[in-house]
Design a protein around this ligand. Structure first.
Ligand code: MG
Length: 408
């Protein structure tokens, strides 16, 4: 395969994590924490004042030393984005995925496999991909912590910085929207993503393009249009957008292809891309020419790295999406976004801009360059970054389960 020598090494580097299998698994802790939103987040299911998060903590031993690893699940409080919500992820981890892991390690002196050799039945991993991704992250993290290595070191991006983009929701008036975009640009976010939907598209986009010149703008419809909107969506072509994201239902790749044939604006897919295979097919059939990376939606970090590697080799632009993560998982996304292939700043605004308290300290931010753009350092190692702080866990935990790593 052609492409950048660094990105073509990704799968190999990932497969090497934990290959020596020196961690002996002792226990698994499952958590649900609720972190406050200072301003309510509105979805089609109502207003959310807290971000519930499922966390997986693995506890193990290496040469008499206790080590831990953390994984964060992207599932949301409701099924707005995905049909796997927080309670479904927690239950899948508790009743299916962790028992499958315990079963796997029991045959090998409780030695933990690497994240690339987890033997979780494919049906389980596919049914609850967000829960699987959290478990895989925890497995990778415990190996990296035990080796004293960071994810950034594995990916060859240590010391890099990443420019940050921000997202604006649907606002009541063009005036409010323009004010919000101006404020974000003044804060150093050089790319802004606008949510659009039927009745909130061409006019507000025009207002932003005219009144905030120079902002790199993309729009996200979250699948809210139908085939009868094809003509109307083509009107967005005159604004020079970075991309139009997920205009139609996730299952309708052919409709996306038909729109892509008619529009100059690149079509990006988010919800539709649930695996490396689907991503490759969608690109091959012309349903998208830009890919939004969300590791959990793609099937975990290993799957995301496979997509990044394949897209970078083909020159398909990537950018990093977000799921209202805590700073822990946002740090992981920030690390991935430092890879070559990420074409513009992603949805990586610091977690402190949407969470009232966080599991981990914020990343180091700087303003630089002529445009005073906001850039973030990567989380310091080892592992994915600093582990969740115990006093925040104590304060914010609403559910907790301890599971011994010995089969029932
Ligand atoms: Mg999206």
């Amino acid at each position: 395969m052609d492409g950048n020598p660094r990105t073509t090494q990704l799968s190999r580097a990932w497969a090497a994590v934990g290959r020596q299998g020196t961690v002996v698994l002792e226990a698994v802790e499952l958590w649900i924490v609720e972190l406050p939103f200072p301003r309510p987040v509105f979805t089609s299911r109502g207003a959310h004042r807290r971000r519930p998060l499922v966390l997986v903590q693995l506890i193990g031993q290496v040469d008499g030393r206790t080590v831990e690893g953390w994984g964060e699940c992207a599932a949301l409080a409701d099924v707005t984005y995905d049909d796997e919500d927080v309670s479904r992820s927690f239950s899948a981890l508790d009743h299916e995925l962790i028992p499958a892991l315990v079963e796997q390690v029991s045959g090998d002196g409780r030695r933990l496999p690497g994240p690339a050799t987890l033997e979780i039945p494919a049906t389980l991993a596919r049914r609850t991909p967000l829960a699987f991704a959290a478990l895989e992250m925890a497995v990778a993290d415990i190996h990296l912590r035990s080796d004293g290595r960071s994810l950034a070191a594995v990916l060859g991006v240590e010391g890099c910085t990443v420019a940050l983009g921000a997202v604006v929701g649907t606002h009541g008036t063009n005036h409010d929207l323009v004010d919000e975009v101006r404020r974000l640009v003044a804060d150093g976010f050089t790319r802004v993503k606008m949510k659009i939907g039927p009745g909130w598209d061409v006019d507000p986009v025009e207002a932003v393009v005219e009144q905030v010149p120079g902002v790199r703008l993309q729009v996200d419809a979250n699948g809210s249009y139908r085939d009868s909107d094809l003509e109307h969506l083509c009107e967005l072509d005159r604004f020079g957008l970075l991309c139009l994201e997920q205009p139609f239902d996730r299952s309708d790749l052919d409709l996306h292809r038909r729109l892509a044939e008619r529009m100059k604006t690149p079509i990006c897919l988010d919800e539709s891309l649930d695996s490396p295979g689907t991503t490759a097919s969608a690109i091959a059939m012309g349903a998208c020419s830009v890919v939004c990376i969300k590791p959990s939606r793609l099937g975990g970090l290993g799957a995301a790295l496979a997509v990044i590697e394949a897209c970078t080799a083909k020159g398909v632009p990537l950018w990093m999406g977000g799921m209202y993560e805590s700073g822990y998982a946002r740090g992981v996304n920030t690390t991935l976004a430092a890879l070559e292939g990420f074409a513009w700043p992603g949805d990586l605004s610091p977690s402190g801009t949407y969470l009232g308290c966080d599991l981990v300290p914020g990343l180091d931010l700087t303003r630089s360059g002529e445009d005073r753009s906001l850039t973030s350092a990567l989380p310091p190692g080892p592992g994915m970054g600093p582990a969740p702080q115990s006093e925040v866990l104590e304060r914010c935990t609403v559910q907790h389960r301890h599971i011994h790593a010995t089969p029932a």
